[in-house]
Structure formats: structure tokens, C-alpha cells
Ligand binder design. Sequence first.
Ligand code: ISJ
Ligand code: MG
Length: 468
Amino acid sequence: MVTIHDTELRQGIVTAIEKSKQLSQSIMVSEVQKIKGIDPLNFFAAGRNRFLGERFFWKDPSGDQVIVGIGVVKQVQSDQATGRFDRTEIEWKQLVKDAVTCGEQTKPGTGPAIFGGFAFDPLKKKTGLWSKFSESLFHIPKYMLSFIDGEFYFTTNVFCTQHDDGELFDKVYKDRQDLLGAVFQKQNFSYPSIVKMEEIKAEEWKKSVTSLVESFADSNLKKVVVARELRLQFENTVQVEKVLTHLLEEQKESFIFAFEVNGDCFIGASPERLVKKEETRVLTTCLAGSIARGSTLEEDRLLGQNLLEDQKNLVEHQYVVDMIKEAMEETCEKVTLPDEPQLMKTKYIQHLYTPVIGQSREGTSLLDIVNRLHPTPALGGVPKDQAVTKIREIEELDRGFYAAPIGWQDAQGNGEFAVAIRSALIQGKEASLFAGCGVVADSEAESEYIETSIKFRPMLTALGGKRK
Ligand SMILES: C=C(O[C@@H]1C=C(C(=O)O)C=C[C@H]1O)C(=O)O
Ligand SMILES: [Mg+2]
């Protein structure tokens, strides 16, 4: 049993109720305790009984930061196309400004925090696929387990109103004990069993790539990322815990995320960091240009070498580097990046990779940088606005949260966003998988098609598909 003491939270709730009477508004209390280890996946699974559909999971590639949220005390969301980054920022800052915090509020990724993301293109006509997601959507969890730099922290968030009294603490305490009691109950989860697999309009997609390439000749467009969908049906409802277990084992180099929203679950294993901010230190990534992994060490090395020398892929990569460098120099100082791309290898694919670091300028927030970067030419194209318009016109797919920023932010403005690729939207007994590729003047439809097929594989195998 994990013991969580009650002293500070009880006092915090009393203080917040007083404050909410004075201000005539609800007030958030956030308490953090350092605890002994709980396996993050067990914690996620413990929320299944009472909080199914209200959980999130996050692990960074280093494994130094794992954050799991259970329950939702508040959503921060917007359905407006413009200003969604600023709106999120303003609402979050207001909530934090009035919040009562107690306990060990020392580490990034503990205490008050939001987890969620943004739709790729708020101007794209929405289909039923993403009906449960708004243009920007974040959850403040009831309970949050954070594994940060080798230590575990447990956050409890409560919203108090002027009508609450001291009994609220007893309710929260009992609720929390019930959840913690479930952490060590063994649960068995089974692999999803696929009964139907459908590539959505694959032939049409290839044709659209060919005509896109042709259209480059008489336009300013230099690069456009186009994506497609693979729809799966399963025998039974997919158990996200099993899918996460698989991703954690097979995709160690990636961000592993899951975001449950009203019964659907957006999940993925993305190798691509959009931006991480810790105090003023900012990290971002240029990732574009791809080739398969080899089946032997030698073949793998040769493929990697080919990628590093391949003009089409180097051009595709360089567009991303140029744009990200410019965006970073606008928002940060001391921007540094290597001259040449390196290789990033994940289980099924290798990419050209250029890491970028900088120091944020005074007054520049994480979401300012997210806003400035999204979409990078790794997911949108060049020139940015024209490419996004083109995608809106020619792409069959409703991207929703695919290819868009997903991640978290805490009360101090620390946080991290990944680009939500290698992802799937699980909807009960069905799922949609998404994969895209950077189309440039030298692209060929067939090889882009194969590239996207490889990019389906992390989620396809995690969802019970065969490992090739
Ligand atoms: C668009 C995707 O991936 C992006 C496109 C890449 C490419 O075309 O080479 C490589 C990495 C990602 O930036 C995806 O996985 O869906
Ligand atoms: Mg590519």
C-alpha cells in the first residue's frame, strides 16, 4: 500500500474554500508528495475501473520523465480556430495564479499541470472521426504520478467552491485511497485481435502524390507532407494498457503517449520532439528523411549511409532545419545545432535527425514556441501557409490531433510537446492509424507509399498486427 499523508491537503482545501468565498469562483488546490515507487503502467491500469476514458500517459525517450494522469478535475479547451495557443496559455495562467499549492512543489512535471494537445489544422472540415476532440484540449488530472529524475511524486488536484466544507477532504481522501488500493491488484490484459484491416483509398492517395509532385513545377510549393489512414476492426474492445505495454517495450527511443477523451484514446510512439522547455533551456528537433531498417547489421548500416547521402532526403530534411532554425532564433538566444544531420534509429525506421538547443528570451513561453513551430515542414510543408492550405484541399484524411503538438505544461511553464505521429485513434473495437511523408520535387509515389507503410508499423504491431 502506498501511504499518502493527509496533513497538507486538508489545510490546503480549507484555505481554498475560504479563497473561493472571497473571490466567488472555484479554486484549485494542488498537493504534491514524494512517494516510494509505483509502476506507472500499474497506476494507469488502476484507474481503469472508475476513470476509464479520463486518463493520460506520457513517457519521454530518455525515460527520465514519466507522467500519468487519472481522472479529470477540469478541461482547458477551445473550439475556436484562431488564438488557441494563447487562449490555452491565458486560461492556464489564470487557474494557476489563483491556485493553492502545498507539499513538495519543487520539480518540473509535478503539482498543477495540464496534459493534452491541439488539432493539426483547425480550418479543416471536421469529420465524425475526431468528434470527441476540440481544436485545443487539455486535462487537469485528479491524480498524477510523476517519475522525474529517478524519484516519484504524487499530485492530488481538487477544485473547491464556496459551497464546499471540510467534508470535501474526507471524500478526496477516501477516493484517493480506493485508487491507490487498486494499484497492486493484478489485472490481465489481452492483445487486440484484428478482424479487418483497410487501407483507406491507397491508390487514390498514390495518384494524389503524383499530381502533387507535378503541381510543384508551376507553384511556390517546395514541400508538402501528405498523410493517409489505415482503419482496423477488432474482435473485442481494445485494452489500452496492453497497447502501452507493447509500445514501452518496442519503442524505447520514442515518446509514448496516450490521451483518453470521452471514451476514445489517442495513442502513439513518436520519435519527434516538438519542443521541451525547462526554465529557459529549450530543445527542439528536426526530423525528416526516412529509410527502412536493415535485417542484418551490415544492411542496416548501409541503408543508414545511403540515407545520409541521399539528395532527395537531404533536401526534405533541410527545409525543416531552415524553418526551425529561424523560428528558434526569433524566440531564443544562443541557438546551436550541428551542421550535418545524424541518424535516429527506431525499431522499424531510420531518420535524418538534427537536434537544436537554445535559451528562451525573457517572456517567451513554451506555448509561444509551440505556436511558432507548428506545423514544422516535417508535418506541414514549405511555404508553411500554402502547404497547409494544400493539405486541407487534397488530403482525404481528417488529421485531428495526428501530426500536431501533444504534451504537458506545469505551473512554472516547464513542459514538453511531441509531434503526435506514429499514432492511432482507438475507438472501442476500431482504430484509425495515421502515417504521412514529406513530398518534394524528387518524390515518387510508390516509395512514399512504402515509407508510410513502414510508419504504420509501430502502432500496427502494438495493436496486434503481425511483425514483419
Ligand atoms: C509524417 C510522419 O513523419 C514525418 C515525416 C518524415 C519523412 O517524410 O521522412 C519523417 C519523420 C516525420 O517528421 C509520420 O510518421 O506520419
Ligand atoms: Mg520522407
